[in-house]
Design a binder for this molecule. Sequence first.
Ligand code: GLA
Length: 378
Amino acid sequence: MELKEKISREFESRFGEGGVFYASAGRINLIGEHTDYNGGFVFPGAIDKVIMAELKSNGSEKVRVYSIDIKDYAEFGLAEEDAPSQSWARYIFGVCREIIKRGGKVEGFDAVFAGNVPLGAGLSSSAALESCFAFALNDMFNGGSIDKFELARIGQSTEHNYCGVNCGIMDQFASVFGRKDHLMRLDCRSMEYEYFPFKPEGYKLVLLDSVVKHELADSPYNKRRESCERVAKRLGVETLRDATMEMLEAAKADISAEDYSRAKFVIEEKQRVLDVCDALVAGDYETVGKRMYETHEGLSKDYEVSCEELDYLNDIARECGVTGSRIMGGGFGGCTINLVKDELLEPFVEKARKDFAARYGHEPKIYEVIISDGARKL
Ligand code: GLA
């Protein structure tokens, strides 16, 4: 059944007459990983996998919401002490609270939601959920007066204050600002962004999902961020965006070996994003791919957010002559993103399925990437 129909039936049976539909997207990131909270560049795009919700104001001060995928219901008030116990519902509660904290309006509403963004695959299903509700509540109760950057920040603050992840802005930005057939280069220091048409002739972008799950809350993710902040402080810069390898080398003696490696990756990754943007404009996919492999290497060896399964998928890509391949997103499981020549796609995917299954007992999941629109009313 179509997502929309499924939601509509559930909504009607729980809450009666229908409401309004909204959706927001998961994201990919071509390059620029762990750079967002360092004031660097990212290069994401929204994808055709979404979280969709039907909402209707209910005239009370309570939110009543049902998740079709989790098969769970939550009911909560809108004051700080009303936080629901279910972690999935805290994303929605957090969005309500963050809007209210900014002086926006949220009243009671009923909602049903579902999605097809794979969970735990590094495609930002949580950002899609936050952006979907932020967009919806802005439309329903605030006449659309909250600007798009603030909607993204509302999602990000929800992660910080209600879900325990000190994430950067990339995922929520991509989910809110996504545009069909375009990637976006965001400068996370100035928040300037630019749309880049992305329809590589003769190539496909494909994700190989290791189906290894990561849990970012209380996780090594926050520790990576702390390392970067420590080094920035030591170098006397606001974020690592303003640091160079020369500065890092000069301070090497005062920095732990671990923090040094983390900072080295971030400083190198900054330049890779810019290189990839230039290469894309020039149609030079070989350079795009080369930088992707370098990012994988850095994320695996210096930033240490890869895992055996993802390194193995990356090795297979290399062996098959895939143009570019790397771990995508926060790490600790999830997907590799692969830039593959059309004619190589099938043999590559076949080999990855077979070899991965032989080693780990299950096949990776395969998703072809289709770059699509972000948050919207349907
Ligand atoms: C997660 C975070 C993002 C970003 C990436 C790594 O997806 O939510 O803010 O830091 O990891 O690039």
